[in-house]
Structure formats: structure tokens, C-alpha cells
Design a protein around this ligand. Structure first.
Ligand SMILES: [Zn+2]
Length: 158
């Protein structure tokens, strides 16, 4: 879809600005969104007394380990993993956000086109980035595989 925007006057550029923005998707198109989850890693504490069982035996009775108090592991964030969500839906809102050049790239500011789907809420709901939406399940799966391989490759390098 083509959106024409006419900014009335840009004080920095001292001129009127017209923008032609082409969006990848159009209203009503069915798209498959992908997202990611963070892997949880159990890190064991190697308790010398209970060997990370959290319990010790005394006179044939089980007690909470006095060394680690049963706190045998904690959870750390591992890799992120991309997956195809079950939120496939039709595009009901297209949002175009542009920053003035002096703000672009700062504090995570990026000019983006974002979509809202009937499956995850129009008006209030999830904002999906254009690069995370696909027209078919196959394309969405292929992109997830590609991104997950990239993550694994980056881990091997570091
Ligand atoms: Zn212990």
C-alpha cells in the first residue's frame, strides 16, 4: 500500500516535506507473525552436602539441606529462540513512525512501520514489526530457522 504524507512545515529543514511510504502489506491481508522466547537455563550450585538434591537424610528422615537450604539452582536467561506464533490474523491498522534525523538511532529510536492484527487487537494490542510478518506459514518458519541458526553461529564465534 502506498501512503502519502505531507508534513506541513519542518522547522529544521525550513521546507515542506512530502513522503511516499510504501508498506509491504495492505489492510485485510492475512499474515503470520513470528516472535521469540528466551530459553531458561537451570544453573546448579553444586552443593557439597546434598549434591543438589536439596534434602539430606538423618536417622532415616529427610531434612532440608542445612548448607543450601534446598536452594539448589537458579534460573538464568539463555538464548532467544524465534518461533511462529499462533496469532495469524488480518491487518487492521498500519502505523508509520518517523523520527527527525537528530533523534534517529538514539535510545533505540528507529523509524518503523508497524501493524496491528485483528487476532491481537486493533487500536490497543500488539504492534508487529514489518520484518516479523509473513504471508505464509512456510515463509514464517523458514525465517525463524534462519534467525535461530544465526544466533547459534554467533554463539560459537564468541
Ligand atoms: Zn544442599
Amino acid at each position: 500500500m502506498k501512503i502519502n504524507i505531507n508534513f506541513p512545515f519542518d522547522n529544521e529543514r525550513k521546507e515542506e516535506i512530502y513522503m511516499d511510504i510504501k508498506t509491504k502489506y495492505n489492510f485485510g491481508e492475512l499474515v503470520y507473525p513470528i516472535s521469540y522466547k528466551t530459553e531458561e537455563i537451570k544453573v546448579f550450585h553444586n552443593c557439597p552436602l546434598c549434591k543438589d538434591k536439596g534434602l539430606v537424610m538423618l536417622n532415616n528422615q529427610e531434612y532440608t539441606c542445612p548448607e543450601c537450604r534446598g536452594y539448589t539452582y537458579h534460573i538464568e536467561d539463555g538464548d532467544i529462540e524465534w518461533y511462529v506464533t499462533k496469532d495469524q490474523g488480518k491487518i487492521g491498522r498500519i502505523g508509520v513512525e518517523f523520527y527527525a534525523s537528530k533523534y534517529e538511532g538514539k535510545y533505540g529510536n528507529e523509524s518503523t512501520i508497524k501493524y496491528m492484527l485483528d487476532s491481537t487487537g486493533i487500536g490497543s494490542g500488539t504492534l508487529w514489526k514489518e520484518e516479523d510478518l509473513f504471508l505464509s506459514l512456510e515463509e514464517a518458519q523458514a525465517e525463524c530457522e534462519k534467525r535461530n541458526i544465526e544466533i547459534k553461529n554467533n554463539n560459537m564465534k564468541s
